[in-house]
Design a protein around this ligand. Structure first.
Ligand code: BTN
Length: 317
């Protein structure tokens, strides 16, 4: 979202009706230019229905992201918070900016949001939270395999405070409410196997439904479906604080210190599942929690085996 587009987006965020003439005067551009910018906002997924009188009004007001507000509501000392209009991906942008320890980036929209296993993440403006945090670890890449579980567990526990429905994690990284996808986590690591290393952890959360979600190929839900919506800045501050605490603890005490909290959020516990491997072969069994390395424990034909998250996907049978 270039500055001009963001200006219009910010004007419309109040959800009131704005005539083309008022917008043109307020922004110092022609009415044709206003119309062009409206089209550009629609193209990145903002719902601006046509009105009978020719003005513009959002279906639903948007609480704009505000870096100072988020920072002032968060207490973790390491955090440096930035917000932007539209970016390709907050994970990619944070990495490109150097990924300084504690640097957080949130976007109103992503044009190429990244999901796990090369998938995309639908990120229309104002209807979700798209957040990334860079963190440096002393522990080395070798021990970071369970990182996405730490992020998922932390996000689920934080979202639970704002939801009447139980929030669970479908191993390894899906955030669910009533078995429908509410969000997802993506941890991207770089560095040495044993030395200090860096991760960019990203969380995407569906806050409000948008028509674009109708095209998703899995059952989805939004936080607004499960209680009074909490402000985006407040939720972002809570998530960043909780993440900073969990990531510091993970580096200091390891994954064992999180294991006892997993059963309360485990979406797969004791369920019959199908594991689809990268080569399309399948393994079926009953999910029996996770082990100390964050692997899924699967029981089939009386045998237990541990499955690493790598390139597998999991379906409940
Ligand atoms: C998944 O469920 O596959 C993971 C989705 C992670 C999406 C978030 S949105 C913020 C951050 N930036 C990205 O490009 N992806 C993550």
């Amino acid at each position: 979202m270039n500055p001009g587009l963001y200006q219009l987006y910010a004007c419309l965020a109040d959800g009131r009706l704005h005539s083309g003439a008022t917008l043109s005067e307020g922004l110092g551009i022609s009415r044709a230019a206003v119309w062009k910018r409206v089209q550009a906002l629609r193209a990145i997924g903002l719902e601006i229905p046509a009105t009978a009188g020719g003005g513009y009004r959002l279906e639903r007001p948007i609480e704009l992201l505000d870096a100072d507000d988020i920072r002032s509501q968060a207490s973790a000392a390491e955090l440096v918070v930035d917000t932007v209009g539209a970016v390709d991906s907050t994970n990619a942008r944070l990495a490109a900016a150097g990924g300084r320890h504690g640097h957080a980036l949130l976007a109103e929209a992503q044009t190429a949001g990244r999901g796990r296993r090369g998938r995309g993440w639908l990120s229309p403006p104002g209807s979700g939270l798209y957040l990334s945090l860079a963190w440096h670890f002393e522990s080395g890449l070798a021990g970071l395999a369970p990182l996405s579980l730490v992020v998922g567990l932390t996000a689920a526990e934080t979202l639970q405070q704002a939801s009447s429905a139980p929030i669970t994690v479908k191993w390894p990284n899906d955030l669910l409410a009533h078995d429908r996808k509410l969000g997802g986590c993506l941890a991207e690591m770089s560095g040495a196997a044993e030395g200090p290393c860096r991760a960019i952890v990203g969380i995407g959360i569906n806050l409000f439904p948008t028509p674009a979600m109708g095209g998703l190929d899995q059952a989805w839900t939004t936080l607004a479906d499960h209680g009074e919506p909490v402000g985006r800045n407040r939720l972002a501050a809570r998530l960043l604080d909780a993440l900073a605490q969990s990531l510091a603890r993970f580096d200091r005490d390891g994954f064992d210190s999180f294991l006892a909290r997993w059963p309360a959020v485990d979406a797969l516990s004791d369920r019959a599942v199908r594991i689809i491997h990268a080569n399309a072969s399948e393994t079926t069994g009953t999910a029996c929690g996770i082990d100390g390395q964050g692997r899924l424990v699967l029981e089939s034909a009386g045998q237990r085996r541990a499955i690493a998250s790598g390139e597998v996907s999991v379906r409940v049978r």
